[in-house]
Design a protein around this ligand. Structure first.
Ligand SMILES: O=P(O)(O)OC[C@H]1O[C@H](O[C@H]2O[C@H](CO)[C@@H](O)[C@H](O)[C@H]2O)[C@H](O)[C@@H](O)[C@@H]1O
Length: 65
């Protein structure tokens, strides 16, 4: 976090195969609780977005169980 001091940071994260495990049905690709917690922690400090090639499918859907 030190490197961010005095700077405006925005965090973009990938979703499929990085934040979430690979599953057969993309509709069932959810982040593990630990990953949700980590993303929420980062989002407390920086504007945070999770990007995906399938953003229209993900939309604003809650991806934490
Ligand atoms: O380029 P990305 O935004 O990272 O998207 C890549 C693909 O992600 C999804 O597919 C992958 O995850 C699925 C769920 O775990 C898995 O079933 C599939 O085998 C993976 O390739 C998404 O469904 C695709 O549309 C994206 O191209």
């Amino acid at each position: 976090m030190k490197v961010a001091k005095g700077k405006r940071m925005v965090v973009f994260l990938d979703y499929d195969e990085t934040r979430s495990p690979i599953v057969d049905d993309p509709d069932h690709a959810f982040m593990f609780d630990e990953m949700c917690a980590a993303v929420r922690e980062v989002a407390k400090y920086f504007p945070t977005a999770v990007r995906s090639q399938r953003c229209k499918q993900l939309g604003r859907t809650q991806r934490c169980k």
